[in-house]
Write a protein that binds this ligand. Sequence first.
Ligand SMILES: [Fe+2]
Ligand SMILES: [Fe+2]
Length: 357
Amino acid sequence: MSMNRRGFLKTTGAGLMAAAFPISLVKLAFGGQDPSRDFTFGYISDAHIQQIKGTQFVRNWDMGLIRAVREANLLSPRPDFFMFGGDLAQLGKKEELDHGLEIMSSLRGKVRYVIGEHDYYLDLGQYWEDKISPLYYSFDHKGVHFVVLNSILTDDSWTHKKWPSPMDRMLAMARLDNPNGSPFMVGDEQLAWLKKDLAKFDRNTPVVVFSHSPIQKIFKPWNFWTQDAEKVQALLKPFEKSTVIYGHVHQIQYNQIGNITFHAVMATAWPWPYPESYSQLASCLPKITVPMNRADPFFERDATGWQFVDMQNGKTAMHYQLPDNKNRTVAFDAATGKPQDVKYQDFSRRIPPQTHF
Ligand SMILES: [Fe+2]
Ligand SMILES: [Fe+2]
């Protein structure tokens, strides 16, 4: 495997910007494979746009999304398309979704959307469906089958219980560690749809699933969890190359379960701590994940970010773009059969935040 530097920076007219953010699309060349099938797409997630009142929104969350869009617009060659991974809004309000969409509208290229719980639990996805995107769907691109799931559903008895108001329901789901929340699930209706959708493809077709919550069980008290994850995994099992890319956890995670590769994406808003920091309860952070540095509070964008994804011969390489930190790439390694961040396997090479000074 050789590294091939291709494409480079768009002229921004600002040398400073170029120095601060040299965006290059680094392609991994695979001998003997069909390079015409290789492509990249961009991924932005968890913006959490939050209204204060009227036209006032939380500046920090706005700036995270604005920065990701600006940086993504500098990518050259252009990614084939973009995904937004959910939690565009903080409390599901029309004003928040509209403001988030307005920022996203300056992103150059086709954008598709995954719904998050912060977008859903105020009006149960009504505005999202009317204005932004279906809640679940699939599409095909250059021989890869992509599936978007709504993985943040929960029991009807919880969703439809007598809440004082829809906002009370939203607030119950919006808090990270609220004991009155409810575990996420994909649900039987969508599982039946997924089974039918995948039946059209043979086992050699690469499949990529986009979800908001992890389609694996990592830490239930914070809902880093999907209750029926194993049922989705069972449907993906026959496919030799399958990948699940999820948001929601606001941190780098990766895993391999059988043939299924898992990648988490970064938030543009804020980082969550790793569950293991809450040592009172056992967590199942995938053992192969090398955690990120602890966020440096002196840098408001540290431990936030966005990413672009290389699809090479149906396998994914996740390029994390991390403002105020070193970018990272987690790529599937055919030799070990799992995704790896080779540079960061060696803990002594990780960068403590103090290196900023
Ligand atoms: Fe989020
Ligand atoms: Fe979320």
